[in-house]
Design a protein around this ligand. Structure first.
Ligand SMILES: [Zn+2]
Ligand SMILES: [Zn+2]
Length: 233
């Protein structure tokens, strides 16, 4: 009943270009599907930065080992996938949380097979949440958790300091912008946490969030995002 109603309100459409699809079962139209770029298999074994690195660790992870044990994304932040994320984040399409989370669950099956059972979203600051009316990472985390039999507790991680958008900032500025921006609740003590967000770029935000979780006692943090920007090019 609810499913039929939702199909009526949101007929299956390409998540990138909104073209109506002939039926359910796919996320993209044919044109977009062929243009989707997956993350190359050769990448940093800790943070998934694309490339072949000595010892398997990219220069960034070698210079400063991250507070998370691994970070991964199935897609490159390019083309139709970047377009879908933009629609989801900035063009008032919260309903894209469901197909994007399903897509993530399908494409990250191997990663998820060994990932923590507790999903925590990288949160927005309250003021930005009120402006956007939804927290895209929280929606994504909620559907992903449901779909993969995990829990997605709310309030375990919050952004306590308002930060500038990372877009347009260089690496050092990004790190400064998000430093100590997050606070984790005492519930995380002794837990393993899967941190979920839409895009991973330099990892500055994921590092700041994982640091807050580890400082509050989380024993292991892993990071899963939909897309990975190629940050060292
Ligand atoms: Zn399309
Ligand atoms: Zn790395």
């Amino acid at each position: 009943m609810l499913k039929a109603l939702l199909d009526l309100l949101y007929p299956p459409a390409c998540i990138a270009c909104a073209k109506v699809l002939p039926g359910p079962g796919s996320f993209f139209c044919e044109t977009c599907d062929t243009a989707v770029e997956r993350l190359p298999p050769a990448c940093c074994r800790t943070c998934a930065e694309p490339g072949t690195f000595p010892g398997g660790a990219c220069p960034r992870c070698r210079a400063a080992p991250p507070p998370f044990s691994r970070a991964w994304a199935p897609f490159a932040h390019e083309g139709p996938l970047a377009r879908a994320i933009h629609r989801f984040k900035y063009e008032d399409h919260p309903e894209l949380a469901a197909p994007l989370a399903e897509l993530l669950a399908d494409e990250a099956r191997d990663f998820l097979g060994r990932a923590p059972a507790c999903v925590v979203a990288l949160p927005l600051h309250t003021r930005r949440y009120h402006a956007r009316k939804y927290d895209q990472a929280q929606l994504l985390a909620g559907v992903l958790a449901k779909r993969t039999g995990r829990e997605a507790p709310v309030g375990w991680l919050s952004r306590t300091r308002e930060t500038q958008r990372q877009v347009g900032l260089n690496e050092a500025e990004r790190a400064r912008n998000v430093a100590s921006a997050f606070t984790a609740a005492a519930h995380v003590k002794g837990r393993e946490v899967l941190l979920v967000d839409d895009v991973f770029t330099t990892g500055a935000t994921a590092r700041a969030a994982a640091t807050a979780l580890r400082e509050a006692g989380a024993v292991r943090v892993e990071v899963l995002t939909l897309a990975r920007a190629f940050s060292l090019t």
